[in-house]
Design a protein. Structure first.
Length: 156
């Protein structure tokens, strides 16, 4: 009899596979050595070019810590993909913009994201995908609610 594997362990394995898949899909993006997260941030910045985007927006959108986003952005800056520009009203705030180099990679980045999603969703019906996305939204809401409760208990 097979031992029962917990949901959390299964989720972690899928998450690891998605990260590896995202990293593999980026190798074809014009030799930029993008990480999977950099790929998703580039796509987010491209889709929100007409808005002011700050580091805190990325932290909230991707549910990651400030230190994580700081490291990712430093790497992207070093690769010449983004610039962080001070805002007149508050020099501490840095608006994040894509460089022309990053904009020129958009089509390849978009294709890499589509390719990765096609691989991950292969064999699933449209109805299964819709149900899965609904379940993911509920799970995110549950976890976010729990984190708020935890933060309140800690006094933050």
């Amino acid at each position: 009899m097979q031992p029962k594997i917990s949901f959390c362990l299964e989720w972690k394995m899928v998450s690891n596979l998605m990260r590896h898949s995202a990293n593999a899909c980026t190798t074809c993006v014009e030799a930029t050595n993008l990480t999977g997260m950099q790929l998703f941030i580039l796509e987010y910045l491209y889709q929100h070019q007409e808005q002011d985007v700050f580091q805190r927006d990325l932290e909230a959108e991707f549910h990651v810590r400030r230190s994580t986003v700081t490291g990712i952005l430093k790497g992207m800056e070093k690769k010449g993909l983004i610039q962080r520009l001070s805002v007149e009203e508050d020099a501490r705030l840095k608006r994040i913009i894509l460089t022309p180099q990053a904009k020129s990679l958009h089509r390849e980045v978009e294709m890499a994201v589509v390719r990765m999603e096609k691989i991950a969703l292969r064999g699933l019906s449209k109805a299964e995908i819709e149900v899965f996305l609904e379940i993911l939204e509920k799970m995110k809401a549950n976890l976010q609610e729990d984190m708020l409760t935890y933060d309140e208990q800690k006094g933050e």
